[in-house]
Structure formats: structure tokens, C-alpha cells
Design a protein around this ligand. Structure first.
Ligand code: NDP
Ligand code: OXD
Length: 320
């Protein structure tokens, strides 16, 4: 082992994909000339030059006085932005094809699920009822994507191939082929054109609780779907959960697919679990793959040490 600065691996999500031992094995494999250390394993904090993290504990990163770069092992950095003691070193997030394609698969799956009336068909099956409904074309539905970044733009390009009409909303103006793009204060016009709302925004001070009743009331109801549909795979903090339930119950919303929640894991007593209009997934729309991402981090460290640029840096002032 060389005397290169160590890589600290701080992974605390507690689910199968985030097993620290599994991530360490992958990093050990691709990082043979550098110590990869888990917390509480007798490491001298001064030896750590890099940290690869998922939901590190607040203050955990501040313990490394010689830290050079933080690599967030996912796309969203909201957990890090909430740490008031976050060291002022470059912060890199994940933006790679593997993760993007997984998210697009989730978005396409859930848009099609609502477009093809899967909730109704599954209920019919449980009731042994042979009662097909009219099958409308994809072009009769407008899918609106909030967040036209790495994930939103790719999901839009794939949905386009199914024939859906597409709108999108971002902070800055965008031009994406086949997508009617809105930005900033054009949110109202975006919503008025949207039947299925897909949220792929980051959680920042500007976007917290953006998915609320006032917003849902502006969605377009003039499609064969009738009541609009919400799909949120961004972050739970983007949504007002009481408003979602109220809007599902009074038909402001026709259905919702939710991958993320205010509290994760979703508590056993959450009404979402058994709501007939809700499809619950356990924050696994797009897992970050330890094989892919360990290589991505090591490639970036090597380039950085050779004097090159880091990719996919977070703008900590904007929070994403
Ligand atoms: P990007 O940073 O590439 O894109 C973010 C998009 O949101 C950009 O288009 C940005 O606008 C837009 N945006 C940010 N703030 C605002 C605002 N105030 N008003 C309007 N638009 C805004 O992020 P990714 O696409 O890579 O990821 C998006 C999010 O998806 C992550 O932050 C994470 O929370 C979530 N995610 C969830 C996963 C899951 O499994 N559920 C997996 C991976 C990610 P602009 O282009 O103008 O900057
Ligand atoms: C991410 C996530 O942000 O998995 O990558 O939620």
C-alpha cells in the first residue's frame, strides 16, 4: 500500500444497497493503492484526503482536517447541504449513465402504469372482472417534468419515443427537442399544460414543499385521464404529504406514484401504504450501483491528482 491519502467511506442509509461492507469491497477492488477506511476502524483523521459518502452524520466530515474532495455517492446532495459544518472543499455528485437510465426506467414504468390504467386493471383482476376501458393514445396525454437536469432531460427524451406530449420546467431557460420548456416564474403555464406531473427536482430551500395543494389545483384536467397524476422520485421534502392525501381524496389528483417520503423508511402507519390511488416504492427509483460508482470516484480522484478537473461539481450556494 502506498502512502497516498486515505479514502473514508461514510455510508449510513441502512438498506441493502447501502451496506458499508459491500461498498468497501467494491472500493478496495478499484482502489488498490490507497487505504479505504470505514468509520471507527482506528483511522487517523489527518490521513483522510477523500471521502465517499451517503447520508453522513452531521459533523462527521468536519473531523477530517486534510480533506480535499467529498464524493456524494448519489445524485441528490440535500443531506450534505443540511450539515452546517460541511467542509468547504469541492463536492462532487453522481451523474452517470447507469443511474440516469435506472431513473428513466422508473419514470417510463410509472407514466405507462397510469396511462395504461394499471391500477384499474389490477383491481379488476382481484375482482375477477373482465371490463376493459377505452385505450387512449399516448399523444392524448401531456407529461410534465419538473427538473430538466441530468435525469429529467433523459426521461423526457425516452417518453417522447412513446408518443407522449412533453412539457418541462427548470430554473434557467432550456431547449430540448420535443419538449415545451418553461422556467422560473412560468410554473403556472407549465402546470396548466400538464396531465401527468413527474417531479425530478433536487430538494433545496427554493423547492421544499413545492408539491402542494395550490400547485396540484393548477394541473390540467382536460385529458382522457381526467384528474391529473403525480409521480415524485425527487425527494420527500418536496411534497406536502397531507395535501397529497387530501387531493387524492377529493379527486384533485387521480393517482400518485411516490418513491420518496418526508420520513424514510415510510412509517407503518402512513396512509400511503394502503391508499388505493397510491403506488408506493421504497426510495429505489434509481439505486446507485457500487461497481459503477466506485470506478467513477476513483477515475475522478486520479484525474484530480494529475491536475485535471473534477466533474459534476455541486454549486453549494444553489444547493444542487
Ligand atoms: P440536476 O442537478 O442535473 O437537475 C436538477 C434540475 O432541477 C435542473 O433542471 C434545475 O434547473 C432544476 N431546478 C433546481 N432548482 C430549481 C428551481 N428552484 N426551480 C426550477 N427548477 C429547478 O439533478 P439530477 O437530474 O441529477 O437529479 C435530480 C434529483 O433527483 C436529485 O437531486 C435527487 O433528489 C433525485 N434522485 C432521486 C433518486 C431516487 O432513487 N428516488 C435517485 C437519483 C436522484 P436548471 O437546469 O435550470 O439548473
Ligand atoms: C440519489 C438517490 O440522490 O438515490 O442518488 O436518492
Amino acid at each position: 500500500m502506498s502512502n497516498k491519502g486515505a479514502l473514508a467511506l461514510l455510508v449510513h442509509a441502512g438498506t441493502e444497497n447501502w451496506s458499508p461492507a459491500r461498498w468497501k469491497a467494491r472500493f478496495d477492488d478499484v482502489c488498490r493503492d490507497r487505504r479505504v477506511v470505514l468509520p471507527d476502524t482506528g483511522l487517523d483523521p489527518a490521513e483522510v484526503h477523500y471521502a465517499a459518502v451517503w447520508k453522513p452524520k452531521p459533523g462527521e466530515l468536519a473531523a477530517f482536517p486534510n480533506l480535499r474532495v467529498i464524493f456524494n455517492l448519489g445524485a441528490g446532495v440535500d443531506a450534505l447541504m443540511a450539515d452546517a459544518s460541511l467542509p468547504e472543499v469541492p463536492l462532487v455528485r453522481v451523474a452517470v449513465d447507469d443511474l440516469t437510465e435506472r431513473m428513466t426506467a422508473y419514470v417510463v414504468l410509472h407514466v405507462l402504469m397510469h396511462h395504461r390504467q394499471e391500477l384499474y386493471l389490477r383491481q379488476s383482476q382481484r375482482e375477477k372482472r373482465w371490463a376493459p376501458k377505452y385505450q387512449w393514445p399516448a399523444g392524448a396525454i401531456t407529461v410534465g417534468i419538473m427538473g430538466l437536469g441530468t435525469l429529467g432531460a433523459h426521461a423526457a427524451s425516452m417518453l417522447r419515443q412513446f408518443g407522449f406530449r412533453l412539457t418541462g420546467w427548470s430554473r434557467r431557460p432550456k431547449q430540448i427537442e420535443g419538449v415545451k420548456c418553461f422556467h422560473g416564474d412560468q410554473l403556472g403555464a407549465f402546470l396548466q399544460a400538464t396531465n401527468i406531473l413527474v417531479c425530478l427536482l433536487p430538494l433545496t430551500p427554493d423547492t421544499r414543499h413545492i408539491l402542494n395543494r395550490e400547485l396540484f389545483l393548477q394541473l390540467n384536467r382536460n385529458s382522457p385521464l381526467g384528474a391529473p397524476v403525480l409521480i415524485n422520485a425527487g425527494r420527500g421534502g418536496l411534497q406536502n404529504e397531507a395535501h397529497i392525501l387530501q387531493c387524492l381524496d377529493d379527486d384533485t389528483l387521480g393517482a400518485a406514484s411516490l418513491d420518496v417520503y418526508q420520513t424514510e423508511p415510510l412509517p407503518a402507519d402512513s396512509p400511503f401504504w394502503s391508499h388505493p390511488k397510491v403506488v408506493v416504492t421504497p426510495h429505489n427509483a434509481a439505486d446507485t450501483d457500487a461497481d459503477e460508482i466506485s470506478k467513477y470516484v476513483v477515475r475522478q480522484i486520479e484525474r484530480f491528482e494529475a491536475g485535471g478537473e473534477l466533474e459534476n461539481l455541486v454549486d453549494c450556494k444553489l444547493g444542487y
